[in-house]
Ligand binder design. Structure first.
Ligand code: CO
Length: 134
């Protein structure tokens, strides 16, 4: 069911420093900072051609990545995002498989303007998984 790897998201408490590492040390193409108040994060996208790295820094109170950074103060891989053709069909299949979908379970519009759901890490090898309708 899942298709391509859309992005790997890396949480950080210092997005400027993280962007500099990807741009200057690793020599990657890095976007500007994009505040996403609806999602409680500021994002920087690193374009790798075949996929993207999404750098995430908490924005505002109750950021969904605040707890993760409490547990991982130096940052780390927060989630992976796989593309699916049909988010509703994917959601129904995950429900039938007994997987836990975070939040209400209803798809919401993600950071790329496309519908997404998040699957609880306990069912997926300890990794938070985002499914995005391609
Ligand atoms: Co994501």
């Amino acid at each position: 069911m899942i298709g391509r790897l859309n992005h790997v998201a890396i949480a950080t408490s210092d997005i400027k420093k993280a962007a500099k590492i990807y741009r200057d040390t690793l020599g990657a193409e890095v976007s500007g900072e994009v505040p996403q108040p609806d999602h409680g994060v500021t994002t920087v996208f690193v374009d790798l051609g075949n996929t993207k790295i999404e750098l995430l820094e908490p924005l505002g109170e109750n950021s969904p990545i605040a707890n993760f950074l409490k547990k991982n103060p130096s940052g780390g891989v927060h989630h992976v995002c796989y593309e699916v053709e049909d988010i509703i069909a994917a959601r129904d299949r995950m429900r039938a498989e007994g997987a836990t979908i975070t939040g209400t379970g209803e798809p919401r519009i993600g950071a790329h303007g496309k519908p997404v759901i998040f699957l609880h890490p306990k069912d997926f090898v300890g990794t938070l998984v985002e499914l995005e309708q391609a």
